[in-house]
Design a protein. Structure first.
Lengths: 285, 285
């Protein structure tokens, strides 16, 4: 099987220091944690920004600090930013991080439908999806599709068929978030079969489903998204707080058992079809 | 197999007279069309109200006129009202029709998640779902679940397991609406398998998928939702405008070919587990 691409979702919009001693919140914490994740085997880092008080922010200046800091400690990891609508609703807010230039993000999240999280809705209207995709393509940023339902995968196929999504294609399939598709092998297999051709896919499990969904994906030839954004605990009984690097370590061990090597960031770029690093630009600092 | 329960979705929020010569808009048109649908074989009527200008309305007085008129021409058809959030967003608006009393609705729609329609989002937050369900149970109204994704069916199972949905259970599975689960036999089968126990389920196809999805459901032992709310055309080439009664006729023919008799409204009440008609009350007019 192909080498395994590990996408580290290290912070997210929700976890606070109270929820986890290990979730990186400040720019410095995020940068330090990315270094650990890269050493552990991550080739993509999925970044959310927080402001000085630890609250989610869409601000370009914070994202730019994070991207620059990460590039300083890791010259090669693939930089992916969030366009989440979980807190910020307007196109202008959600797309602001796409304007970072020193360095620019190489990928950005694009959730392919509206849905519910356990306690709130997540609205990604058809026009928002198209506007965000257009903004990404104008900046040569590759969308990181996020699909929480098979119908979102079906919608990806529609967008591809109508040239509203352009290659290369990378898709995270997220299972086990209450309100959307549950975490079963059947559902993962069904979602993967629904994908259009030539998509590099990764699977994520929310909460206690993270490790099993990652393991299924590894055995199925897919890739993984892993990290504290989706899961704060190392064990099902929630006694051992997880860290991003330790979660990645566990995935690497499973991959080793399955005979899959870990892709470097440059190998991941080639597998996904991202521009090679020379094209991406170097740190501005 | 069981007798077939036909749920007639006759108007919806979207079609106008310009879209279809046959869509019933005014109270009088709706009442007259329900009589035709009942004669054709419908045992449930899924009602949306329009105001004097033909625009969707949530107003109790309009719903009450419709329910009274329908009960006058059809003493037995099962009365189901919409709580759609497609146009009206607040709980007060969406739940207003539940307060009809002369006669009261026996069922009301409850969409079990947020999603996208082709051009806009449809937001049904977890708290809205719970509030609408509570309002229904307080009035002894049975929710008509609407599921456009397998994850919505998974969420129904969660709500049942946590006693937030109470028996009897009736579920419409809607396939082929762009932005949500596509219309395939695999997807219908997967959605049905995901249902909790003891659910009476019906399937609907949106647009050109209506007839095939209805046919699959008939052959699988499920029931159907059919009508102009979901599909305006009788043929795939969109040359013959459909009418509700003619769409029902076609479903009845397929059922006949499959050896399934058509359930009367009272038989449908018993199959679903709705209160018998004596309990429901009689027309106030």
């Amino acid at each position: 099987m192909d080498k395994l691409i590990i996408n580290a979702a290290i912070t997210g919009m929700v976890p606070t220091r109270k929820d986890s001693p290990h979730v990186p919140i400040s720019v410095e914490e995020i940068v330090a944690d990315v270094r650990r994740c890269r050493n552990a085997g991550a080739s993509i880092v999925h970044l959310h920004a927080r402001d000085e008080s630890g609250e989610p922010t869409y601000r370009l200046d914070v994202y730019q600090q994070i991207l620059r800091g990460v590039r300083d400690v890791s010259p090669d990891i693939i930089l992916c930013v969030s366009t989440s609508g979980r807190v910020f609703k307007s196109f202008e807010e959600r797309s602001e991080a796409l304007d970072c230039t020193g360095p620019a993000p190489e990928m950005a999240s694009l959730t392919l439908g509206s849905m519910n999280f356990p306690k709130t809705e997540s609205v990604n209207s058809p026009s928002m999806i198209r506007s965000l995709a257009k903004a990404m393509y104008e900046r040569r940023i590759v969308p990181e599709w996020e699909c929480f339902e098979i119908g979102m995968v079906d919608y990806a196929r529609y967008l591809v068929d109508h040239d509203l999504l352009e290659p290369p294609f990378y898709c995270n399939i997220l299972l086990g978030s209450l309100g959307t598709l549950s975490a079963t092998v059947f559902n993962l297999d069904a979602a993967v079969r629904a994908l259009p051709p030539d998509v590099t896919w990764a699977a994520a499990g929310i909460g206690r489903f993270q490790f099993r969904v990652n393991s299924w994906a590894i055995m199925m030839g897919g890739h993984v998204r892993v990290g504290l954004e989706d899961n704060l605990w190392f064990d099902d009984d929630r006694t051992v707080p997880a860290s991003n690097a330790r979660l990645i370590d566990r995935v690497v061990k499973v991959a080793g058992g399955a005979g899959r090597e870990i892709a470097s960031p440059d190998e991941a770029r080639e597998m996904i079809g991202l521009p090679a690093r020379a094209r991406v630009g170097t740190p501005a600092s």
